[in-house]
Design a protein around this ligand. Structure first.
Ligand code: ADP
Ligand code: MG
Length: 157
């Protein structure tokens, strides 16, 4: 198994292609961090843990619960901006953040694959699938063996 896959980098601005209107904002990892995913290179939805790690001077923008290691779902796709030659990794952290965190360091451990990328004919079908992905991720992370990854030294504990 290629897992766990450890990713880290400052959160990039995306195309704003509707993450927030779908109730599912996705924090984009930079190219260099996404490259670690070429070991799998399979597009689709993954699950694991993520954490935002602000520098001391931006700590005030965050509430305590926002700094925890939290469950996440990640979408890995081809980036149209680079003629579909580069992958893009976008992480939705399963927590209600009070604000944006562009530029802030995000670390993640990817633990498994949920499903391939699908083409949706309706927005409602897409929203329903995202909901299912989050539930699947939470169920998968209940496996006792995974809890140790939430305490991995890749994260700030
Ligand atoms: P973009 O196209 O810039 O990625 P999105 O609509 O996908 O725009 O929103 C992503 C941004 O929303 C993230 O970069 C982050 O700053 C913010 N954000 C707020 N809550 C979350 C969350 N729970 N998971 C991921 N990003 C979040
Ligand atoms: Mg996004």
């Amino acid at each position: 198994s290629p897992f766990p896959i450890k990713l880290a980098g400052p959160v990039q601005k995306g195309f704003g292609r509707g993450g927030k209107d779908l109730g599912c904002p996705t924090a984009n990892l930079p190219d260099e961090a996404t490259e670690a995913m070429t070991v799998v290179a399979k597009t689709g939805v993954y699950y694991g843990y993520a954490q935002v790690i602000p520098p001391a001077e931006r700590m005030g923008e965050f509430e305590k619960g926002e700094l925890a290691v939290l469950p996440m779902v990640m979408s890995l796709g081809w980036n149209p901006f680079y003629d579909n030659k580069k992958m893009t990794a976008e992480i939705h952290i399963m927590h209600g953040f009070k604000g944006d965190f562009y530029g802030i360091e995000m670390r993640a451990i990817v633990l498994g694959y949920i499903r391939p990328e699908l083409n949706y004919t309706s927005r409602d079908a897409l929203i329903a699938d995202i909901e299912t992905d989050k539930q699947v991720a939470l169920r998968c992370l209940e496996r006792p063996g995974y809890h140790t990854y939430a305490e991995d030294k890749h994260f700030n504990l």
